[in-house]
Design a protein around this ligand. Structure first.
Ligand code: ADP
Ligand code: TRP
Length: 321
């Protein structure tokens, strides 16, 4: 099956991104045709500084490749290298009822946060629909926050097909990640916007320091503690095996354990988990030539498919030669 997902280049990736999304994306590349792209046009909706955006694009590319994206097998490219997507977005927009877009919660959420919206933010789900439909994607793995965008995509694709005849592949299903939300250092969802993240590839020293800072309750060392409400334990679950997890659970419940002990172990396990990827990430940091080559090759493969889709779409709507 063709699996497609987009990743916004919005900063160095953190362990919430990894356990919540990337790990599943990467796992899917083995059994499927993996299509992954850097969603730089989506990132433009928040008007990043040009130098920052440029750096982040390469950071995300290096993170994905270091963590195991196999560019020989999967197709990996930059969204802006396939302009057919924007053309498709326009054609789809002419079939999209305003009401469908107005119901999108991601837009309403941004307004509720007091962000003054631009038109790009409003049409963001439509660009996402074009991303998905241009490449005949069948499965789109996304987090729960993106589920509505896949439904919008399906609605628009069905409308296109019923208006102009069978042209677009309807993504058959979305996969919503079952991984619970990864908590950040302050216990809220780990997110760049909350400044509570641990980056996957930050220095070992800084990673250890951050894990020691995780907020916990003030139960004294001697007293029993509740693992199920503890942020440290929630993170430990991501990296400890079942035996070890059970031992820590018992230590929490028995009392006599300080949070410092479990934090130290968590830091060790996280560092161990990412250690095999660290060296590759360092090599890639300064190898923009290689990253460019991977992304250029990917763009060529991706663009060929998008061109074919656009040929069909143009023909269907009457934009014939
Ligand atoms: P951020 O909240 O840091 O801006 P994004 O919204 O760019 O992160 O998230 C990119 C992907 O990572 C999404 O698919 C999202 O579902 C997933 N993700 C981000 N943070 C977490 C988290 N704390 N727990 C689980 N998944 C997450
Ligand atoms: N909107 C997605 C996010 O913020 C990124 C994205 C853009 C995407 N286009 C996509 C995801 C197409 C899946 C399919 O995470």
């Amino acid at each position: 099956m063709r699996v497609l997902s987009g990743i916004q280049p919005s900063g160095r990736l953190h362990i919430g991104n990894y356990f919540g999304a990337m790990r599943q994306h990467l796992a899917l590349q083995h059994e499927n045709e993996g299509f992954y792209f850097i969603a730089e046009y989506h990132a433009l909706t928040s008007n990043p500084k040009p130098d920052d955006l440029h750096k982040r694009i390469f950071d995300v590319a290096a993170d994905y490749i270091a963590l195991g994206l196999d560019p020989q097998k999967a197709v990996f490219w930059r969204q802006s290298d396939v302009p057919e997507v924007i053309e498709l977005e326009w054609i789809l927009s002419c079939l999209t009822p305003m009401g469908l877009m107005e119901r999108c919660v991601s837009y309403k959420d941004k307004i509720a946060q007091g962000i003054s919206p631009n038109h790009g933010l409003f049409s963001y789900p439509l660009l996402q629909a074009a991303d998905i439909l241009a490449f005949n994607s069948e499965l789109v793995p996304v987090g729960a926050d993106q589920k509505q965008h896949i439904e919008v995509t399906r609605d628009i694709a069905k409308k296109f097909n019923s208006t102009y005849g069978d042209t677009l592949v309807i993504p058959k299903e979305h996969i919503v990640h079952s991984v619970a939300v990864v908590p950040g250092l302050d216990g809220r969802k780990m997110s760049k916007s909350y400044n509570n993240t641990v980056e996957i590839f930050e220095s070992e020293k800084s990673m250890r320091k951050k894990f020691m800072r995780i907020q916990t309750d003030s139960t004294p060392v001697d007293e029993p503690k509740n693992p199920d409400t503890c942020n440290v334990f929630a993170l430990l679950k991501l990296v400890a095996d079942e035996n070890e997890l059970e031992q820590w659970r018992q230590r929490y419940l028995a009392g006599g354990m300080g949070y410092g002990d479990v934090k130290k172990r968590l830091a060790e396990l996280m560092l161990e988990y990412f250690a095999p990827y660290r060296q590759r990430r360092e090599e890639l940091e300064n190898d923009h030539a290689y990253l460019r080559k991977v992304l250029d090759d990917g763009a060529e493969r991706a663009r060929k498919i998008a061109r074919e889709t656009l040929d069909r779409v143009r023909e269907a709507v009457g934009l014939r030669a």
